[in-house]
Write a protein that binds this ligand. Structure first.
Ligand SMILES: [Zn+2]
Ligand SMILES: [Zn+2]
Length: 456
């Protein structure tokens, strides 16, 4: 069994990129922008682009896949947790490995050369999809170990993977990002984690949709948009290559990362792999006698040897926050959960007749992981504070503050709704001098009035 590529997902030291390098990255990015996705990818597969910058020789491919909590139509999920990023998987490989495939027999080795990584976000790992086709995907990465990392760590890891790959002599390596449905992933990363892809200098090129690449290669037809057609979905393309998706745990971040990388390789190397097929999917998609499922089975057999991300924990229980202890799945017992010692203060203190069903479910989940709170009826408030005009969010915040006896949370709602948001500009509050000056301008009329009264 071939071991995983020596490429590291994470570098312990930051790469030093000289000013000349930065200019080099910029001109190379501009150079690539003149070509199609397929032309760019085939550059490394023995179809070099004319006058290609030398920098491309060092390019690293990264195929990332993000998963987030999606709406369950039967069991309405609430806006506050809908869309939270729960898992990230990615593969890393030298783009130049594509050059090594001259015959179908050489293809399986390419797939095995990629390193595969998988992290679950600790803060959101209790947000598990219930829908049939998504159920349990997060606990079934088939090709690499799981690491549980904090949201902050996940963000750092992804930044390093995309923007801090380093050559042996410490220079930054350029990155070619191979995504699928990548616009959505990028949007999520931007909205939730403040990811600014424009600032990631290393990324030379982004493939956003493998459907587009497949259409460019003639593997699938371009859709007729006038007829409302769309590009084929990932599953449909995989099935086009006669891949059996039964028990393949699609929608696990790491599995999907491998699947989308493989699909990209199949499209890029299509003329070598399927010389008899000029357009459309091959009638026989096997490669050197192996199905693509066989190739993946071989990758899966190396799962226990695959090096994981060097941060976080191998295990994490979202019932009790224990690490490296027992699995935090619904199936494996958590001792604290079993002994009924875990109590959600929000559910336990949800006042009123209609909230009885939530009080009844107060045991077994932690306050900070309560998903039921968004379905609670807001408690009744004293008439004197007139909360009728407040937004639902504010009413909920006050309800939560009361349930937790959290005076800061209660105060924040009162400040906003009764005292008012201003005038303190919280962006300058750190500078005491500026803050006082600012406040003085805002409050001057009140102070003057008081002074007038004093003078009388
Ligand atoms: Zn536990
Ligand atoms: Zn609760």
């Amino acid at each position: 069994m071939e071991t995983a590529s020596p490429i590291q997902a994470l570098q312990s030291t930051l790469a030093v990129t000289s000013i000349e390098d930065q200019a080099d990255f910029k001109t190379t990015r501009e150079f690539l922008s003149k070509f199609t996705d397929l032309e760019v990818l085939r550059h490394w597969a023995n179809h070099p682009l004319p006058n290609a910058p030398k920098l491309l020789e060092e390019a690293v491919g990264v195929a990332p896949d993000l998963e987030w909590l999606t709406q369950d139509p039967k069991n309405k999920i609430i806006d506050q947790i809908e869309g939270k990023i729960t898992q990230i998987g990615w593969t890393v490989f030298s783009m130049s490995i594509l050059k090594e495939c001259h015959t179908p027999a050489e293809f399986p080795a390419l797939i095995k050369k990629a390193a595969i990584y998988y992290v679950r976000v600790i803060e959101n790992c209790h947000l598990r999809a219930k829908e049939h086709f998504l159920k349990d995907t997060e606990i079934n990465p088939l090709y690499c170990p799981t690491r549980f990392v904090s949201e902050a760590e996940a963000k750092t890891i992804l930044s390093e993977v995309l923007d801090n790959q380093v050559t042996a002599d410490g220079r930054k390596r350029p990155v070619v990002l191979i995504g699928h449905g990548w616009n959505f992933d990028e949007q999520k990363l931007n909205q939730q984690w403040g990811f600014k892809f424009k600032n990631l200098d290393s990324i030379l090129f982004k493939v956003r949709s493998l459907g587009r690449v497949a259409a460019m290669a003639g593997v699938i037809p371009w859709p007729n948009r006038d007829l409302g057609e769309g590009l084929l979905k990932l599953d449909e393309m995989l099935r086009g290559f006669q891949i059996d998706l039964t028990n393949m745990w699609r929608h696990d971040g790491a599995n999907d990362a491998l699947y989308q990388m493989t699909l990209a390789f199949l499209i890029v190397l299509f003329p070598i792999l399927y010389p008899g097929t000029t357009a459309g999917f091959p009638t026989d998609a096997s490669i050197a006698g192996l199905s693509i499922n066989d190739i993946w089975t071989d990758v899966a057999s190396n799962k226990d040897n695959a090096a994981p991300v060097d941060k976080g924990f191998a295990r994490f229980c979202f019932y009790c926050d224990a690490t490296d202890d027992h699995d935090g799945t619904d199936e494996s017992p958590c001792p604290s959960k079993e002994s009924d010692t875990i109590l959600c203060k929000l559910c336990a203190n949800a006042i009123g007749k209609k909230n009885k069903r939530y009080r009844d479910r107060a045991h077994g989940h932690q306050t900070h992981r309560c998903t039921l709170q968004w379905s609670h009826q807001c408690r009744k408030f004293p008439e004197v504070i007139k909360p009728a005009d407040w937004s639902l969010d504010d009413k909920r915040a006050l309800t939560r503050g009361m349930a937790l006896a959290d005076d800061a949370m209660i105060g924040a709602v009162f400040r906003k709704n009764i005292i008012g948001e201003g005038p303190i500009d919280w962006t300058v509050v750190a500078d005491e001098e500026k803050r006082l000056e600012f406040e003085a301008t805002q409050y001057s009329s009140g102070e003057e009035k008081e002074l007038d009264e004093d003078e009388e």
